[in-house]
Design a protein around this ligand. Structure first.
Ligand code: ARG
Length: 568
C-alpha cells in the first residue's frame, strides 16, 4: 500500500522530466490545512536555482502533472507553492485499505539494515538514576520503530561493569560491609560502601593505595576479588532487571565493559602497529593533528601504568559490533556530556577503516521544577526505581478518583500503565536535545499532550465498542461526509507517513505529537458526529473509523513503549 505522500512524490518526479525540469525540493504534508493536504516547494527551489519565475514554473509543472485519480486539481499558491487536496473518494478507499491492513499502512523499508543500539547502559555498583531514563526510553522507542520498519535491531546494554570503581567497591566490601543491610537492600548497601570508601580514599592516601591494590588483584584474576566482583554485578543486575521489567524494556545482548576486557591489549597493539597511536610519556596516545576540532584533545588508550580505560573499551566494542555482529550502523544513545568521547572514538574508527555508520544520539537533561538538574532533597541523584514507583502510586490516585468501582488488581494494573506511560511520554514527546522539566502534575494530567490523555482517548473508543456489543461491523465501503470525519480519516492515513520519519534525526517526538493530533481529531469527530445514534451506512462507517483510530493510537503508543488500558 502506498501513502498519499509517496504517491504524490512519484507522480511529481514523473512530471518533472516531462516539463523539462530536474528533480528538486520536497513534497510534504501541508503546513496549513486551509491550503490543502500536501504541498511541494519544487517550483520555488527551481526558480531560485535557475533564476526563473517560480509561479510560471509551478504552472508548467502542474500542466504536466497527472494526479486526477486521487487529488483535486493542484493549485498554485503564494510565491509558487503547489498544493494538493485529496478527493473524498480516494480517502475513503485508502482508509478502508488501512482498516484491513495489520500494519495500518506502514510499509517495511526497502533497505533493511542491521542496527546495534547501545542504550541504557547503567553502571554496576551505582543505582540507575533519573539521568538513565532518557537513554533507556529513547533507545527502546528507536529500537521498536526500527524493528517495525523491518530493520534488524540488536539491543545492547553496554553496562559499566568494570573499571576503577571496583578497587573501591572491593576494598569497601572487605572493610565496611554490613551483611544484614546487604540482605535488606543489596544495591543500596553496595552504593553506600562505595561512597564511603570514595570518601575515605579522597582523604587518606593509604586507603587510596589499598584500593588500587585490590583493583590490580582483580585484574590479575585473584579468586576472592573476582568472587566479590561477580556478586556485585549479579546484585546490581537484579536491581536493573526490576526496572527493565517495569519499563518493559528488554535487551538482546548485555555485553558490558568487562566483556571486552581480554581484547583491550589487542586494540592498543593494533593502533600502535597501524601508526594511529604512539607512545608518549609512557602512555599509548592517539593524536588528532589533522582534525581541527580534536587537534588539542589527544586520547589516552593505555595509561602509563599499563591500565586501559573507557575509551579503549569502546574501541574494542566498535570492532566487535562491526566484525562479529556485522552491524551496518551503531547508534549510541548517550547523554551530551560524552560528545567529545564519541567524536574521538568515531574518528579513530574511521582511521582504522571501519565502514559502519556510527551515530551518537545525544539528549538533554531532566530538570527538577527549579530548572536545575533533578536531585533529591539531600542533593543526590533520584533513584530510577523510586521514581517509577512514585509514578505508579500517583497514577493509582487518579484511578481511585476516576473509577473507584474497579477491582484492586485492575486498579494496580491500570495505574502501572498510566504511571509508566506518563513518565515515558513526558520524555519522548520532547525534542530530544532540549532539557525538560520533570513535572508530575503535567505528565499525569488527563488534558494536554500527555500519555494519560492519549490513553483516555483510546479507552473512550473502546467503550463505544463495548456499548455497540463489541462487534466490528463488516463493511466494504466507508462513507466520509462531515468535515470532522474527513479530517480524522486523513490523520489516520498519515500514520504510515509519520512512522518512518522517526528515524530521520531520531525523533520519537514526531510520532508522539502526531498521536496527540490524532487524539484531538478523534475528540472533534466524536463531538461533531454521533456514532451509535446515527443511521446506516454512517453508523458502521463511523464505528470502523473509531476502531481504526484506536488501533493507530495503540500501535503508535506501542512503538513508543507505552501500553494502553482497556478502561481507566
Ligand atoms: N555506562 C556509561 C554511563 O553511564 C554509558 C555507556 C554508553 N555506551 C558506550 N558504549 N560508551 O555513563
Amino acid at each position: 500500500m502506498q501513502t498519499f505522500q509517496s504517491l504524490l512524490a512519484k507522480r511529481l518526479s514523473d512530471a518533472l522530466p516531462r516539463a523539462g525540469l530536474p528533480e528538486a525540493g520536497e513534497l510534504t504534508q501541508a503546513t496549513d490545512p486551509r491550503f490543502g493536504d500536501y504541498q511541494t516547494n519544487v517550483a520555488l527551489v527551481l526558480g531560485k536555482q535557475r533564476g526563473e519565475n517560480p509561479r510560471a514554473l509551478a504552472e508548467k509543472i502542474v500542466a504536466h502533472l497527472d494526479v486526477s485519480d486521487f487529488s483535486e486539481p493542484p493549485a498554485v499558491a503564494g510565491a509558487g507553492f503547489i498544493n494538493f487536496t485529496l478527493q473524498p473518494a480516494a480517502l475513503e478507499k485508502q482508509t478502508l485499505d488501512i482498516l484491513r491492513d495489520e500494519r495500518l499502512g506502514v510499509a517495511e523499508t526497502e533497505s533493511p539494515r542491521r542496527i546495534v543500539i547501545d542504550f541504557g547502559s547503567p553502571n554496576v555498583a551505582k543505582p540507575m538514576h533519573v539521568g538513565h531514563i532518557r537513554s533507556t526510553v529513547l533507545g527502546d522507542a528507536l529500537a521498536r520503530v526500527g524493528k517495525f520498519l523491518g530493520h534488524e535491531v540488536i539491543r545492547d546494554n553496554h553496562l559499566g561493569d568494570w573499571g576503577t570503581q571496583f578497587g573501591m567497591v572491593i576494598w569497601g566490601w572487605k572493610n565496611l560491609l554490613d551483611r544484614q543491610a546487604l540482605q535488606r537492600n543489596p544495591l543500596a548497601e553496595i552504593v553506600r560502601v562505595y561512597k564511603e570508601t570514595h570518601e575515605l580514599a579522597s582523604r587518606d592516601p593509604k586507603v587510596r593505595e589499598a584500593c588500587r591494590q585490590e583493583l590490580v588483584k582483580l585484574q590479575a584474576g585473584d579468586k576472592e576479588n573476582t568472587d566479590i566482583w561477580n556478586e556485585c554485578v549479579a546484585l546490581s543486575m537484579q536491581d536493573f532487571e526490576r526496572v527493565y521489567r517495569l519499563l518493559d524494556v528488554r535487551y538482546d545482548l548485555q555485553c558490558g565493559e568487562s566483556f571486552y576486557h581480554d581484547r583491550l591489549p589487542g586494540v592498543v597493539d593494533r593502533l600502535l602497529k597501524a601508526g594511529i597511536a604512539e607512545i608518549s610519556e609512557g602512555a599509548a596516545v592517539v593524536f588528532f593533528h589533522d582534525d581541527s576540532a580534536l587537534a588539542d584533545k589527544p586520547l589516552i588508550v593505555r595509561k602509563r601504568d599499563g591500565g586501559f580505560n573507557y575509551a579503549t573499551t569502546d574501541l574494542a566494542t566498535v570492532d566487535y559490533r562491526f566484525n562479529e555482529l556485522k552491524a551496518d550502523t551503531i547508534w549510541y544513545v548517550v547523554g551530551a556530556p560524552q560528545t567529545l568521547h564519541f567524536k574521538q572514538i568515531f574518528a579513530i574508527a574511521r582511521r582504522e577503516g571501519y565502514t559502519t555508520d556510527l551515530r551518537h544520539i545525544v539528549f538533554g537533561s531532566v530538570l527538577g521544577e527549579d530548572r536545575r538538574l533533578m536531585k533529591t532533597r539531600s542533593g543526590e541523584n533520584v533513584p530510577l526505581r523510586e521514581l517509577l514507583d512514585e509514578a505508579c502510586r500517583r497514577a493509582r490516585e487518579i484511578i481511585d478518583e476516576k473509577n473507584p468501582g474497579l477491582s484492586e488488581e485492575e486498579k494496580n494494573n491500570i495505574a502501572e500503565k498510566i504511571g509508566i506511560g506518563a513518565v515515558k511520554y513526558a520524555d519522548l514527546s520532547q525534542f530530544r536535545t532540549t532539557d525538560y522539566i520533570f513535572s508530575w502534575d503535567k505528565m499525569l494530567s488527563l488534558h494536554g499532550n500527555t500519555a494519560p490523555y492519549l490513553q483516555n482517548a483510546y479507552v473512550r473508543i473502546r467503550s463505544i465498542f463495548r456499548k455497540a456489543g463489541d462487534v466490528a461491523p463488516k463493511i466494504d465501503k466507508l462513507v466520509l461526509s462531515e468535515p470532522a470525519e474527513i479530517d480524522l480519516a486523513k490523520r489516520v492515513c498519515e500514520f504510515a507517513e509519520i512512522v518512518p520519519q522517526v528515524l530521520n534525526g531520531f525523533r520519537p517526538n514526531v510520532l508522539a505529537n502526531y498521536l496527540f493530533e490524532l487524539a484531538n481529531s478523534f475528540h472533534a469527530f466524536y463531538e461533531a458526529c454521533p456514532v451509535l445514534r446515527s443511521e446506516e451506512p454512517a453508523r458502521s462507517s463511523r464505528l470502523m473509523l473509531s476502531d481504526l483510530s484506536a488501533r493507530v493510537l495503540q500501535r503508535g503508543l506501542d512503538l513508543l513503549g507505552i501500553k494502553v488500558p482497556e478502561r481507566m
